[in-house]
Design a protein around this ligand. Structure first.
Ligand SMILES: Nc1ncnc2c1ncn2[C@@H]1O[C@H](COP(=O)(O)OP(=O)(O)OP(=O)(O)O)[C@@H](O)[C@H]1O
Ligand SMILES: [Mg+2]
Length: 479
């Protein structure tokens, strides 16, 4: 069995006992939801910034999702409808006739905010504090019109707080901390603020030209209201070993996204830092059409949420279908492009497999950067799914981490050609790891030869992603 081949894999993202297809199937069947425990409106913070407009989410209309949800009938299906509770308040459908502007007017305090607050003792100055505080809470309500009434009540109850508690700096505006902010902070546990280790690999000019660098660092320290409230309708579309993925509608822009969240609660800083590696890798990489787009991430209720570009499905859906050689070449070429991009930024993916390759409008996107590490071995190596890993990784030889991805892509393509999930037979998987591929009837010898090289036992003999891209086999699919 495959497990026997994965000796010494305890450190990986995929524990040995969770590697079997059976377990995987069972996991994917888990449609029930831990309902409201997530929405405790506490312990949240914003890690990064919405840094790109959605590329196409708008075209996938919200009404489509509403229709899909509306057609659910059975109890099992209703389970999924309940998943809406995950991401939204009970009024999860934004009323069509809402008049946002007039609501803003009602909340708006037109009084000027004092530019330099001073210690307030008189009734008059107390009023000033109130005004300023109103202005502050206005900014919250504009960004989140569904700010829970529970919080509003809290604020009113706190109305008699001694201004001394509020004015932390008596002379400068920058030192002003509003009551809203104080109330928020009392419920917030910010994530550890770390330097992005994946960004170190970029040369200075690349970092300097990162158009979002400023916003990222600025927003890393910002607190916002419960971010899941920003999302309306939702429906589970995937599950991994430690995560679930939802298709969600973002209220404010009306676009659909995928939001992945960790099923395990991350109580320790070390656990949170580890989970954050995935978003740090995504953020450091930036945009590439063959890499799943990253928008935002945050901690809420000790779970990490990642807002991603929504794709149609993963390639694993295709592994039961017969795929033509041309389609195979398209997939290989597009993922080789993604790998070239990732490797050039000094990063290895280390979990390339059909489940982690998504299709959107016919374009392949590499996703799930939960195992991403640096090629220079300055970060810990956490290997992906053992079935797709070459022997050297199992022997903890990390000299050629980029070639690990090439090997995994070879196995992925081999699996797609076979049309059935990889066998868990030890003998067969050992043969693959040795580069001994059985003949693949109906496919060109050139393709089979290429796969054999990609899965060579000796990593240095495998082509690099760039070499792969330039292979003449791909001439017919190059755009
Ligand atoms: N952006 C997305 N668009 C559409 N579906 C997605 C997206 N991200 C993830 N999925 C679906 O959710 C599944 C699980 O996601 P992902 O692989 O990121 O989770 P994971 O817990 O890291 O997985 P594992 O550790 O088991 O590899 C994917 O196989 C895919 O089917
Ligand atoms: Mg995955």
């Amino acid at each position: 069995m495959l497990e026997t081949t994965s000796v010494g894999w305890g450190r990986g993202k995929h524990p040995r006992h969770e590697r079997t297809n059976e377990t995987r199937r069972t996991k994917k069947m888990e449609g029930t939801l831990e309902r409201h425990s997530l929405l405790q409106f506490g312990q949240l913070s914003k890690l990064s910034f919405d840094n790109r407009p959605p590329s196409n989410a708008a075209e996938d209309s919200s009404s489509e999702l509403r229709n899909e949800l509306g057609s659910f009938g059975t109890d099992a299906e209703k389970e999924f409808i309940l998943s809406q509770d995950f991401f939204c308040t009970p009024d999860y459908i934004t009323p069509d006739n809402q008049n946002l502007m007039s609501e803003l007017d009602i909340n708006m305090d037109h009084s000027p905010c004092p530019s330099s607050p001073v210690k307030l003792t008189s009734a008059k100055t107390k009023t000033k504090t109130k005004r300023c505080r109103h202005a502050d809470s206005f900014s919250l309500t504009t960004s989140d019109s569904t700010w829970p009434s529970k919080h509003k009540v809290d604020e009113q109850e706190n109305d008699d707080i001694d201004p001394d508690e509020i004015m932390v700096d008596k002379t400068t505006r920058t030192g002003y901390v509003s009551r809203t902010a104080l109330a928020l902070r009392s419920r917030v546990m910010p994530p550890p603020c770390l330097k992005n280790p994946y960004l170190n690999v970029m040369n200075e000019s690349e970092t300097a030209t990162d158009p979002f660098a400023y916003q990222r660092s600025k927003c890393a320290s910002e607190f916002i209201s419960t971010p899941t409230l920003l999302f309306g309708l939702s429906k589970q579309i995937g599950a991994g070993n430690f995560s679930r993925v939802f298709k969600v509608l973002k209220r404010i822009d009306g676009c659909l996204y995928a939001v992945k969240y960790s099923t395990r609660k991350l109580y320790l800083d070390s656990e949170r830092s580890k989970a954050m590696m995935e978003v740090q890798a995504l953020a450091a990489l930036g945009f590439h059409e063959n890499v799943v787009g990253y928008y935002n991430s945050w901690f809420e209720n000790e779970q990490l949420y990642i807002q991603l570009e929504l794709c149609d499905h993963s390639l694993s859906k295709k592994s039961s279908l017969r795929i033509s050689e041309r389609q195979i070449l398209v997939i290989m070429h597009q993922i080789a492009k993604a790998l070239q991009f990732v490797h050039e930024r000094g990063i290895a993916h280390l979990d390339v497999k059909p489940e982690n390759i998504y299709i959107k409008n016919g374009v392949c996107k590499l996703g799930d950067f939960g195992c991403a590490t640096r090629l220079d071995k300055s970060l810990p190596v956490e290997e992906g799914d053992a079935r797709y890993m070459p022997q050297e990784i199992l022997n903890e030889n990390y000299e050629h981490l980029d070639k690990v991805d090439i090997f995994s892509l070879g196995v992925t393509v081999y699996e797609l050609i076979r049309g059935s999930p990889l066998t868990e037979s030890r003998n067969k998987s050992m043969n693959i790891k040795e580069g001994k591929l059985p003949l693949l009837p109906g496919h060109s010898l050139q393709l089979q030869q290429l796969l054999k090289t990609m899965m060579d036992r000796e990593p240095s003999r495998r082509p690099s992603a760039r070499e792969l891209m330039e292979h003449p086999m791909f001439d017919m699919v190059r755009d």
